[in-house]
Design a protein around this ligand. Structure first.
Ligand SMILES: Cc1ncc(COP(=O)(O)O)c(C=O)c1O
Length: 379
């Protein structure tokens, strides 16, 4: 029966909700989206390597764990609503004013706040495709029209973005490095885009994976912030800092934009434990360097595993690699799942023969390589 608990059928609730919700689905937690312990239970396995979520497999800085534990004793008190200590530390290191930094409940919340603050029904939002899904979800929630701009050779196509601009364009999302391809927009390309965009179009550059970049052609959008009013940079503590479950992200922009985001921000959006852990991790330069090095060397190791299995891949500047399985990706996905290795089938990104594989620990990648070589030997 199509009856909700309040008596009205689901379709009536849908009519009462914002019309745009008809075009959205809830986050569907399929096996690759579950926590490792749940995956182990479902697969009845002791060994599971979760390489589907682009998490840092080495865990947080010990200093972050210590700071978060110390925070437990004050959980009865509301935390600092704007996270001033963390904002000041970030601002000092990135050479911006603290007022230019906004902390959010993960980068995800910042994407939603941007949509809440700026998007009206019928506004157009340019979103390269494929890319991270929350740009579309948050835009559609507000009734805005996502304009998908296909990548060229797995790279974000700046000229195609400029061609897609219309009088209705309000926002452009740029994921740099891009998820799921791991490719970058170079500094030159970014500068060209910024120079060519109308000033009333907000360019949102998501730099969730910036810490893994080794290509010297890359420039953070932050570099252009002093000269560009229409720019927002997104960062997160979920990747290099390994604090995904603490839910801390932040945005960098100019004060008029940041102040508008504060108007729609829930006052206590970033919890005290997250703030404490993020601050300690931000200050732990040695830990960050170690994590960066591990990713670079493990990424190379993953490449060698893929080459040995004769599988083409897109060279990556992130902590994941997009792999061409040269067949329906579900076949290799299943084969890996049977051995406890969970990767991302990129069919959901419109790439049905590709897998996106997180750069895991070396021992997990060795096991992955062994299975992949077995697959290619079988044909
Ligand atoms: C490009 C990109 N942006 C943002 C996020 C979300 O980050 P957070 O955990 O800070 O919400 C992800 C997560 O995978 C991502 O890939």
């Amino acid at each position: 029966m199509d009856k909700g608990i309040g008596g009205l059928p689901q379709r009536v609730w849908l009519q009462l909700a914002r019309p745009s919700l008809a075009h959205l689905q809830p986050f569907a937690a399929e096996l690759p989206d579950l926590p490792v312990e749940s995956i182990k239970q479902k697969l009845r396995k002791d060994y599971v390597a979760k390489l589907s979520f682009n998490e840092n497999p080495y865990g947080p800085s010990p200093r972050a764990i210590e700071a978060m534990q110390a925070q437990l004793a004050t959980l009865h008190l509301y935390q600092d609503a704007t996270g001033d200590e963390l904002r000041q530390a970030i601002a000092a290191d990135l050479a911006v004013r603290p007022e230019q930094v906004i902390l959010t409940n993960g980068a995800d919340e910042l994407i939603l706040l941007l949509a809440l603050a700026f998007l009206n029904p019928e506004d157009e939002v340019i979103i390269p495709s494929p890319t991270f899904g929350q740009y579309r979800a948050s835009s559609v929630a507000m009734g805005a029209r996502p304009i998908a701009v296909p990548l060229t050779d797995f790279r974000i196509d700046i000229e195609a973005i400029l061609e897609a601009v219309s009088p209705r364009t309000k926002m452009v999302f740029l994921c740099n490095p891009n998820n799921p391809t791991g490719t970058i927009v170079t500094g030159h390309e970014l500068e060209h885009l910024l120079k060519s965009l109308r000033e009333d179009i907000l360019l949102v550059v998501d730099e969730a994976y910036i810490d893994y970049v080794t290509d010297s052609e890359y420039t953070s959008a932050l570099h252009y912030l002093p000269r560009r009013a229409n720019l927002v940079v997104i960062r997160t503590f979920s990747k290099l800092h390994a604090l995904a479950a603490a839910r801390v992200g932040f945005g960098l922009s100019h004060e008029p934009i940041v102040n508008l985001l504060h108007r729609v921000r829930p006052p206590f959006n970033v919890n005290g434990i997250g703030q404490a852990g993020a601050l300690a991790s931000w200050q732990d330069i040695e830990y960050q360097g170690k994590m960066r090095e591990l990713n670079t060397s493990n990424r190379k190791y993953l490449y060698s595993m893929l080459e040995a299995a004769d599988l083409p891949y897109v060279p990556s500047q992130a902590n994941f690699v997009l792999v061409d399985t040269k067949q329906d990706a579900a076949i290799m996905y299943k084969r890996l799942e049977a051995e406890g290795i969970i990767v991302r089938n990129a069919a959901g990104f419109g790439l049905p023969s590709h897998l996106r594989i997180t750069v895991g620990r070396r021992e997990d990648l060795a096991r992955l390589g062994q299975i992949l070589r077995g697959c290619s030997a079988v044909g």
